[in-house]
Design a protein around this ligand. Structure first.
Ligand code: PLP
Length: 389
């Protein structure tokens, strides 16, 4: 069978492949500790499960409107108003099968052949793939620990060309955990003023913020930023609902939402109805206590892991403000993150993701969305590996 040429443009997700490999090795009986998955180890809160079961028992099991049922879209609008004082209308909301699907719809609905999309690096693995698949050109802005892995206004200014269509922002970031402050977002907003650049703001990890910091949504910093920003969010990470597949987009432009719905209507139709009913209770705050319990536990693990990694002589890591990842600098030990991860998995049974997957050599990503016991054991094995090689 001849596979379409366009598939050549698409690379498989390295994070998913490593997680699958670690699971296979575990199934073969090997002693494997996996820190590769971007998935909370907590169960979905009971109130959310109950709402889904209720929806099933009430027969809410049919097709819904492609872009989502009205009550769920209203719950998203209410959440954005309550959390960020942002105003959206029903025709600016599209619910999709996870934020990944929302991002795919956006890339397809916005990018024309040759459009440039600015992506701060390191980046979440999927962004450049979606851009290239949609005919766009990713333009990377490199960051490092000196700016807490955040782009500066000066860097943004230098990256903009007449072909720039989109700026991708991801705060809190996967893989670095860095979070843009209101002031930093305002500096970026100043550079964008007077341009037609659209900001895609992926805020998947907004509820996972540490050290008493406050999360600022990109769209809330100024009216100009509100008008150019499309907010992408979902429930996978903050409410431990990865398998339910619920992501959404909020935008001030009904035309864009309509284009996304048109595409979704021909490809997947609506997100499953039970998930949409369950999402209402999560969005309305019924699971807030559970979310806070998870956040507190993640912060404890982060504190332990950051210290333990920084105590290893040849490794260092930035203390993240959000999400559940450590982006570990391995440069004093090796500049080959693929080899580092392969050797570590083979000799110590510890699965990390090479920095190369996120566009940055000399780093590896460790997800601390796993038990404290695993974290302690895993970091001891990493220490042993680094000190004895
Ligand atoms: N955005 C970021 C930054 C992510 O890390 C992920 C998941 O790994 C997603 C979006 C997609 O999440 P989902 O499709 O489960 O909603």
């Amino acid at each position: 069978m001849k596979i379409a040429d366009r598939m050549e443009k698409l690379a498989p997700s390295l994070t998913l492949s490593i997680t699958a490999l670690a699971n296979d090795l575990k199934a073969q009986g090997k002693d494997i500790l996996s820190f590769s998955a971007g998935e909370p180890d907590f169960d979905t809160p009971q109130v959310v499960k109950d709402a889904a079961i209720k929806a099933i028992n009430e027969g809410k099991t049919k097709y819904t409107a492609v872009e989502g049922i009205k009550q769920t879209k209203q719950a998203i609008i209410n959440k954005l108003k309550k959390d960020h004082n942002l105003d959206y209308k029903l025709d600016g909301i599209v619910i999709s099968n996870g934020a990944k699907h929302s991002l795919f719809n956006l890339a397809q609905a916005l990018i024309d052949e040759g459009d440039e999309v600015i992506i701060p690096s390191p980046y979440w693995v999927t962004y450049p793939e979606l851009v290239v698949y949609s005919g766009g050109i990713p333009v990377f802005i490199e960051t490092d620990e000196h700016t807490d892995f955040k782009i500066t206004a000066k860097q943004l200014k230098e990256a903009i060309t007449p072909k720039t269509k989109i700026l991708m922002l991801n705060s809190p970031s996967n893989p670095t955990g860095s979070v843009y402050s209101k002031e930093e977002l305002l500096e970026l907003a100043e550079v964008l003023k007077g341009t037609n650049i659209i900001v895609l703001s992926d805020e998947m990890y907004e509820k996972l913020i540490y050290k008493g910091k406050k999360f600022t949504a990109t769209a809330e910093v100024s009216e100009d930023m509100y008008n150019r920003t499309v907010t992408i969010n979902g429930l996978s990470k903050s409410v431990a609902m990865t398998g339910w597949r619920f992501g959404y987009v909020a935008c001030p432009d009904a035309k864009l939402a309509k284009a996304m719905s048109k595409l979704q209507g021909q490809v997947t139709s609506n997100v499953n109805s039970m998930t949409q009913y369950a999402a209402i209770v999560a969005l309305e705050g019924d699971a807030d206590k559970d979310i806070e319990m998870m956040r507190i536990e993640f912060e404890k693990r982060k504190d332990y892991a950051v210290k333990a990694i920084n105590d290893i002589e040849k490794l260092s890591c930035f203390d993240p403000d959000g999400a559940f990842y450590l982006f570990i600098n391995i440069k004093k030990f090796s500049n080959d993150s693929m080899k580092f991860c392969a050797d570590l998995l083979e000799s110590k049974g510890v699965a990390l993701v090479p920095g190369l997957a996120f566009g940055m050599e000399g780093y590896v990503r460790l997800s601390f969305a796993t038990s404290m016991e695993n974290i302690k054991d895993g970091i001891n094995r990493i220490k042993d590996f680094v000190e004895n090689n």
